[in-house]
Design a protein around this ligand. Sequence first.
Ligand SMILES: [Zn+2]
Length: 621
Amino acid sequence: MRIPEQKVEEILHSADIVDFVGQFVQLRKRGKNYVGLCPFHNEKTPSFTVNSEKQIYYCFGCQEGGNVFKFLMSYKKISYVEAIQEIAGDLGINIEYEENKFGVQSETEVLFDINEEAARFFSNNLLKSAEGERGRLYFDNRKIKINSIRSFGLGYAQTKRDALVNHLLEKKIDIEKAIELGLIGRTDKGVLYDRFSNRLIFPIFSPNGRVIAFAGRVFETSDNMAKYINSPESKIYFKGRILYGLSHSKDEIRKLNSALLVEGYMDLISLHQHGIKNVVAVSGTALTEDQVQLLSRYTKNVVLLFDADNAGIKASMRSIEILLKQDMNIKIVSLPAGEDPDSFVQKFGKDEFLNCIQRAVNFLEYQFSIYESSGKFADPVSSTEAIRELVKPIGLISDELKRSMLIKSLAEKFNLREKLLESETEKVLKNLARETGRVDKTVSKEEALQLIDKSVSEREKELKPLLKLEKEILQILLEGKSSILDYIFENIDVEDFYLIEHKKIFELVRTMNQSVDYFNVNSLLAKLNDETLQKYCIELSVDKYRISDKWDSNNVIENEKSAIKHAKDLVRKIKLIPIEQSIRDNFEQIKSVKDEKLQIELMRENSELNQEKKFIEQKYS
Ligand SMILES: [Zn+2]
């Protein structure tokens, strides 16, 4: 299946990037642009810019940029097609799919379809087959309602070890692809078998709600069988980048600006069933940085709800570090011993559960109580060690204010001088910087340019004014004003450009200008298949507002006359550069040549060059 190109254009033109990005990033108007804190890197002053006119965004801090599709892809870590689908859904635009040229689906679409077929098969087994009674009983015992079973697509894998194999063969599905997805296995002797059998099935969804993998749970836990088996990683499933339940919880998480992080699938489903819907589960893996990054796009506030056993405590401690590194605000709930979120909410109900959440403590208090209960504060030696351990996570916080607040509270708790704790924190910070090899200093663009400048040869230095001019010309081209475009194309040729990348962009804009009614950057970006060039164009078209604030206040572009004048200026300058260079070269030659005849020849040339120079100056003044 493929989305027709016209449809993509229609969606692109109907979506307003300011509205769209504004759902995820708080934007403020500044001049012609909107600015906000970049969702793609940590920052305290906004360098993330959205331009409504051009329908693009760009971050001066991390150079992330593109159109509305690109934004959603990066923000939600979803595919191009998924981004289009989501935006279309938002706008109420119906997508009619078409078979692509060869009547073949894209590879990932094929994989999604196979997973969907398998999910349907498992679900029918559970809900409709006689054998599925076992599964129905299991969920019934665990008080999982039919609505939840449907909404989370829960299923049942039969005891027969070729049920899915036969089903997929019957449906004429590419078995090799099903093997790739880890649904089917093949023995050394070449016999196909179901990798999930005799298990309860939990489909794992992408944030967008596509089935990307499965988890299968055994009926009875025993030592010789893993409680859960999971799909292996595939082209559509990256274990460490998925949070179970995010597809079902993301709206509520955004609404409440808080997420509950639990350990298991059943915890999550059970909480949902009780109307607590801002939950995600780590499920199967230890919490990863990618998962936290994914979550941080919906909220910065996380409440950890791990089991109170040793494994749970260990997992919490580890998760705290990862969460702190990405500047998340963490609270920790300790449930009574022996309870997990599932059992707790079943036993005591929603209100009591929410009370527990209310009593959540910050990570320092949590870790303190863990150390205390394990007797670490009993003697001075282990006590010092414990305090050092407590300081460690504080060092992970990049927000200085937050850090000093926590140090203060820790100091008060132990009656310690703040300075002492601060120096401990410093040590942690230094170690951290060494470990990650990361220097906590961002080089500004200007600084970077200066660094580059130092290493460029003289020849390149000579080129600098020319390159700057070329950039300025492309910038006004990318503005897309047709009178300007016409003027530039009448007067400048691709040969006037020096840099190959500039030539490419110039040519492409010229071709597009000839073939479409009106030109805009957004369509240009769609035509550029080189990502570096794409980025460069975005940078060019946003850069100007930063280089010159006057641009905005003078309304140069608003005013047709001054816009043409500006274009004329640039044309004159770019035409003059090579002539002036020739005049200089010529003059050097005159000085060095001894032969009188040659000298006269050169002088004649000199006057011709000067005439040409005058001509250009007049023509473009
Ligand atoms: Zn950024």
